[in-house]
Design a protein around this ligand. Structure first.
Ligand code: MSP
Length: 538
């Protein structure tokens, strides 16, 4: 039947965030997915891979049409305005995406049409009557049993599902039941984490139903080829936005052009609420069009605030713009990466936020750099001692910890265990702070044991460097400040940073700090935050 290949190995890595709805300003949920994607992209680049990071906006459908009408502007004007606010937010959050895909782009319409026609030619699209309950906020038909007694979907408790009875075009999803089951079985990593995979397996086991891919009475969308009385269902159009993003600027919009370099995607990063679309509908659509499938769909958890579900009606939304203006991008990135086990639900609480950042970045990491550079200035005239990592005895506790972490942290990045990456970097830092107290370099200095003092300072400074390197994809600005104070002239925000250039030193290992350099007096890398002035509801 269809050929699809999941096993292409490449030194390129392509990944996507969802294309965000433009029905309102970006919220913390969209910021969360995007910062994770950015960390993965940065890690891949740092590891020497060629990366394409796609994000963008999903701009069609009834929901957007309705929001534009409510705000009294033409739909396209509304979309332009909100799409701009997304790119503003990504700049504030220090996101280095490569492509911003907008589903109202002209070239996207051409790609959607070509794809639709391919699927149609497979006899996978037919006209039928659609009856059912539709949640406009989800842009999805719901089973009666999925709704509350008074007709609300569990995610959108403020918007009643609407009854629909209309002619729609359908996609023959049922035809792909066994092909999908085979896919999940032969590629256990296709859906991650495991809990989400199980959710999908259970859903598919119940038997797949064809789903409608057109709407009447919704003008804000692409027309169905040869039947402009219908527009294409927003999800069918939106998923293809990933593919349109692969076209080079001004390239002729054909599937062949789009698919030639970065395809298939290595990773679609999404929230758990849109898992079905990505792990069931999308691969089936691709199989129908006879296109290769993405390697992995990862569905992360949901964020709550102070233990409560966030929502405009609940009055407890967390505005990412305000958060970033108040605390800066590194702080926000660090909290969400460190505090939440990726894949699970997680909570934001401002008091905890401030406490964690102060403890980890100001007290532990910042202070270690501060103390070590201070002592270097005092005891060695600011010059890095002529010692090599390999000269430090293997029994040294700090070196031992560093050596274990050298093997572990790349694995943690690869398996998206960002909390462990942070834990490892911080445990190295803490072991250094303890090592300072245990070895008391000030008294060795007084006793004239200069060589010992130099060794200790080397261990400390190299460990700060190594921690900064490990954390660079997460807190690039702080890592830059640390690296610069250690005498490096490199910038972790430089997309094409080539770590191999000009040095044969491997930053991924402990023990490489360049010697005999004159280092500056310490400069704080993270200023302690004030506890928020609020009544903590947590
Ligand atoms: N437009 C679709 C995606 C189409 S992809 C081809 C969409 N957009 S969305 O803007 O509503 O949601 C985008 C992402 O935000 C989803 O991954 C969703 O899971 C995530 N989040 C929305 N609220 C969230 C939280 N409270 N917490 C974490 N992520 C959440 O769906």
């Amino acid at each position: 039947m269809n050929s699809f290949n999941n096993s292409i190995s490449k030194t390129t890595f392509s990944l996507t965030t969802p294309l965000y709805y433009v029905n309102g300003l970006p919220h913390i949920g969209s910021a969360y997915t995007t910062m994770i994607a950015d960390v993965i992209a940065r890690w891949q680049r740092l590891s020497g891979n060629e990366v394409l990071f796609v994000t963008g906006t999903d701009e069609h459908g009834q929901k957007i049409q309705g929001t534009a009408e409510d705000s009294g502007v033409a739909p396209q004007e509304h979309c332009d305005r909100i799409a701009d606010s997304f790119s503003d937010l990504w700049a504030k959050l220090n996101i280095q995406y490569d492509r911003f895909s907008r589903t109202t782009a002209k070239n996207h319409g051409v790609i959607v049409k070509e794809f639709f026609e391919r699927v149609y030619a497979q006899n996978d699209i037919y006209l039928d009557q659609q009856q059912g309950w539709y949640c406009v906020a989800c842009e999805e038909f719901k089973e009666k049993r999925e709704l509350s007694e008074d007709g609300y979907c569990p995610i959108h408790t403020n918007l009643k599902a609407e009854w629909r009875d209309e002619q729609n075009y359908f996609f023959r999803l049922s035809r792909y039941q066994s092909a999908l089951e085979k896919l999940y079985q032969s590629n256990p990593d296709f859906i991650q984490p495991e809990t989400r995979r199980n959710e999908v397996l259970n859903f598919v086991k119940q038997g797949l139903q064809d789903f409608s891919i057109s709407r009447i009475n919704v003008s804000w969308g692409f027309p169905i080829p040869n039947d402009p009385s219908h527009t294409i269902y927003v999800w069918f159009d939106a998923l293809l936005g990933y593919i349109t993003a692969l076209l080079e600027e001004n390239e002729e919009p054909t599937l062949e052009n789009a698919l030639k370099k970065w395809y298939p995607f290595n990773l679609h990063l999404i929230g758990k609420d849109i898992l079905r679309f990505h792990a069931v509908y999308w691969p089936a659509m691709l199989m129908s069009a006879n296109l290769p499938l993405p390697h992995q769909v990862f569905g992360h958890g949901f964020l709550t605030k102070d233990g409560h579900k966030m929502g405009k009606t609940l009055g407890n939304t967390l505005d990412p713009f305000i958060l970033l203006d108040k605390y800066g991008s590194d702080a926000v990135r660090y909290y969400f990466l460190k505090e939440i086990e990726f894949g699970k639900d997680g909570d934001f609480n401002e008091t905890r936020f401030v406490n964690i950042l102060n403890a980890d970045l100001a007290n532990d990491l910042g202070n270690l750099l501060n103390r070590s550079l201070g002592m270097l200035n005092k005891y060695c005239g600011g010059i890095l001692p002529p010692i090599l990592g390999k000269n430090i005895p293997d029994e040294n506790t700090v070196k031992q910890i560093a050596n274990v972490i050298t093997y572990r942290f790349p694995e943690s990045y690869k398996s998206y265990k960002f909390d462990l990456v942070c834990e490892d970097a911080l445990s190295l830092v803490r072991s250094c702070n303890k090592f300072i107290d245990d070895s008391a370099p000030w008294s060795l200095y007084k006793k004239g044991e200069q060589k010992e003092v130099e060794k200790i300072l080397y261990i400390l400074l190299e460990s700060v460097r190594f921690s900064a390197f490990i954390l660079a994809p997460i807190i690039p600005n702080i890592s830059n400040k640390i690296y610069n104070q250690l005498g490096y002239n490199l910038d972790f925000n430089q997309k094409d940073l080539d770590l191999k250039k000009g040095t044969d030193k491997n930053h991924f290992e402990w023990g490489i700090l360049p010697l005999n350099q004159n280092l500056p007096k310490p400069n704080p890398v993270f200023i302690k935050l004030e506890l928020p002035n609020l009544i903590d509801k947590g």
